[in-house]
Ligand binder design. Structure first.
Ligand code: ADP
Length: 187
């Protein structure tokens, strides 16, 4: 089960898998604001990249929620890791949606500044940070679609979803979005 769609120059891929194994120019880490590693996808990326990654992220001075910082990829196939800090979910707090959107957008901006053409994202904030997937997936996909519509540098944006249920929700969400996004085409 996977889905490929296109907006202008950019292929959007939804797959199930492990983000540490991706060969895109950059992979995005769902980091915490210390940038000193953690559990979930953050721990997996640090283990796969090797200790040089922590040595570099120690020098970055942390990262605010909704922002992103870049490092090298070390032992990963990806040249860069973009460390994005999503919000901890809090029901009824309207700022969390804006912060989640910002974490995705800042990741893309930092990648563009570093001339990447392909990027892989995990589902930010929907693990330990508790963001409900049904709310997070539309924010993730809409932010990516809006960005690539006005930026032709990115050729490939891949969501690497860890489990089948998460992939299903992203696939269903993209189907809903495709009805609103005139430029989105399935491949
Ligand atoms: P957060 O703290 O931002 O919620 P988590 O790492 O706890 O981050 O979870 C974010 C998402 O990443 C979850 O859907 C989790 O299942 C997924 N995940 C965990 N490990 C991996 C991995 N190796 N590759 C891709 N996704 C992963």
């Amino acid at each position: 089960m996977k889905t490929n769609a296109r907006i202008n120059q950019t292929i959007i891929e939804l797959i199930q898998g492990d983000i540490t194994q991706q060969d895109t120019d950059a992979i995005v880490n769902a980091a915490n604001s210390s940038l000193l590693g953690g559990g979930g996808v953050d721990g997996a990326i640090h283990r796969a990249a090797g200790p040089e990654l922590l040595a570099e992220t120690r020098t970055l001075g942390g990262c605010l929620t909704g922002d992103a910082k870049i490092s090298k990829g070390y032992r990963l196939k990806a040249q860069y890791v973009i460390h994005a800090v999503g919000p901890v979910y809090s029901r009824g707090d309207s700022s969390v949606a804006e912060l989640l959107k910002s974490a995705y957008r800042r990741s893309l901006e930092v990648g563009i500044e570093n001339r990447i053409q392909s990027i892989a994202f995990p589902s930010i904030s929907t693990g330990a940070y508790g963001y409900p997937l049904e709310e997070a997936a539309p924010i993730a996909l809409r932010t990516i679609c809006d960005f690539v519509q006005s930026n032709a540098q990115l050729k490939q944006v891949r969501f690497v979803l860890f489990d089948e249920q998460t992939l299903k929700i992203f696939i269903n969400t993209l189907a809903v979005l495709s009805k609103q996004h005139g430029d989105l085409r399935y491949e």
